[in-house]
Design a binder for this molecule. Structure first.
Ligand code: KIV
Ligand code: ZN
Length: 520
């Protein structure tokens, strides 16, 4: 055990890249996964669950490269209770300075029914697979999936088996977000009291948010003795998501008077990570989301504003700068120079080299010409847009003119560069965006289905930029695209083309849910 397992230290296990990415549509490219892992490592996350190596070649390579690049974090991979899974997982994580194998099996009656294993047979399987993992790796975590719906006697038995076989972390998943805070605490307490060897290992809590109690359940488990919280940035995850990292970290910090526990997280990195995860996953953060929502530090009502001006503590329990939010949000304009842009980007968490600054500056000037004031959120959207489109893209929007109004049909005249060759088409549709998407499809016919089209205003005002997210699916694979522009229709065209570029490059991914189903 490390010195981080003192009584009051809670390990933060981030599973944004595994359980978070399992959320249908939350696909991230290889480069995006590496970037998110590096940011998590830098933020002080103790353990990064980097993926499910057996799920696909892509997952395997991402986990291997994250393991190679890791600095301080333990790098963990997920594996079902099978020799193949565990060996594949080890092949990927072994490159890390501190590797971990996380293996699991569904232990509740419902899951046992699916496997058709008797209780005894499952115990044997747990012993064999955890021992196998332990022979490969010193650091093994084991999870009884659906633990909160597993009979207590049997849960004690399987946990004891995994400890005896060499697991040093036992994770207790509330797989379907069924438990409630008191029950979550009682379960950890019960296991600590009844299972031989429980004081030699770390209990982890892994909560899903189906009933909106994931954060409360995780904190209750910690109060009962769990010392590892499994969570994701923005609470990303299947269905209603997982425990949100930013919520548990800030709750432990703000209410340290009643929950005297520490984490190693540098909370000032939270906002940047939250934005990047939202941008690369295509999952917008709801405005009233705790800690990282756009409105989390906004005071609209007169009474609140007055109170905050007199004393910020009147209505604020944490400061924006605690999570790395720039409270001043001073706008740049078309007369701002490169030095001001570089400094502002630095504040926002983007360290720009000279060449990148040159490029970003050109885009900033173009934006400032169209928009009087360029705010932090505009610059963040601009950075995401620059990352999404490159000059080497197979498909590029060259020219777009749209006719719309009360008299339909709406019409789009579009010039696309396809593999470097310019092609033009004129198309109609039911609304300007439909006309543009029809035009794109005429120039680049494909069989993908449009699953999601989402528009979000970046700032207030009629000259605001819009961020558009598009999600396509084809043959069970998902491709996402994003773009931002002051012209919503242009942003829509670029976001669609961005998703098609991923489709063209074969950069989609299959959902891991089916694999999880077979882990019982
Ligand atoms: O929710 C769950 O049960 C999981 C396990 C694989 C830990 O994600
Ligand atoms: Zn989960």
């Amino acid at each position: 055990m490390t010195d981080k397992t003192e009584q009051d230290h809670v390990l933060i296990f981030d599973t944004t890249l595994r359980d978070g990415e399992q959320s249908p549509g939350a696909t991230m490219s290889h480069e995006e996964k590496l970037e998110i892992a590096a940011l998590l490592d830098e933020m002080g996350v103790d353990i990064i669950e980097a993926g499910f190596p057996i799920a696909s070649e892509g997952d395997f390579h991402a986990v291997s490269e994250i393991a190679r690049n890791s600095k301080n974090s333990v790098i963990c991979g997920l594996a079902r209770a099978s020799t193949n899974d565990i060996e594949r997982c080890w092949e990927a994580v072994k490159h890390a300075a501190q590797p971990r194998i996380h293996t699991f099996i569904g232990t509740s009656p419902l899951h046992r029914d699916i496997t058709a294993l008797t209780q005894d047979e499952m115990v044997e399987k747990i012993h064999a697979t955890v021992s196998h993992a332990r022979n490969l790796c010193d650091n093994v975590q084991w999870s009884p999936m659906d633990a909160t719906r597993t009979e207590h006697d049997y849960l004690c038995r399987v946990v004891e088996t995994a400890i005896k076989a060499g697991a040093s972390t036992i994770n207790i998943p509330d797989t379907v977000g069924y438990t409630a805070p008191r029950e979550s605490a009682d379960l950890i307490r019960m296991l600590r009291e009844r299972v031989p060897g429980a004081d030699e290992i770390i209990f982890a809590t892994h909560c899903h948010n189906d009933l909106g109690m994931a954060t409360a359940n995780a904190l209750a488990a910690v109060e009962a003795g769990a010392r590892q919280i499994e969570c994701t940035i923005n609470g990303l995850g299947e269905r209603a998501g997982n425990t949100a990292l930013e919520e548990v970290v800030m709750a432990l910090r703000v209410r340290n008077d009643i929950m005297p526990f520490q984490t190693g997280i540098d909370s000032t990195k939270i906002m940047h990570l939250s934005r990047r995860v939202s941008q690369v996953s295509g999952f917008a953060v709801q405005f009233n989301k705790a800690v990282v929502g756009k409105n989390a530090f906004l005071h609209e009502s007169g009474i609140h504003q007055d109170g905050v001006l007199k004393n910020v503590q009147t209505f604020e329990i944490m400061r924006p700068e605690d999570i790395g939010l720039n409270a001043k949000n001073i706008a740049l304009g078309k007369h701002s120079g490169r030095a001001a842009l570089r400094a502002k980007m630095g504040e926002l968490g983007y360290e720009l080299g000279d060449n990148q600054l040159k490029d970003v500056f050109v885009r900033f000037k173009a934006l400032a010409d169209r928009k009087k004031e360029v705010y932090d959120d505009d610059l963040i959207a601009l950075m995401a847009d620059s990352a999404a489109q490159t000059v080497d893209d197979y498909l590029q929007v060259r020219k777009l003119r749209v006719v719309c109004g009360t008299e339909g049909p709406q019409e789009a005249e579009l010039t696309l560069a396809i593999g470097g060759e310019e092609r033009f088409v004129d198309a109609t549709g039911d609304g300007p965006v439909d006309a543009v998407f029809n035009a794109i499809k005429m120039l680049y016919p494909h069989g993908a289905k449009l699953d999601l089209y989402q528009v979000q205003a970046v700032t207030e005002g009629t000259d605001a930029q819009a961020t558009v997210s598009v999600r396509l699916s084809m043959e069970g694979r998902i491709f996402t695209g994003q773009s931002a522009d002051t012209d919503t229709v242009v942003a829509s065209a670029r976001a669609y083309v961005n998703a098609l570029n991923r489709l063209h490059a074969g950069q989609g991914r299959t959902s891991n849910s089916a694999l999880m189903q077979s882990a019982t």
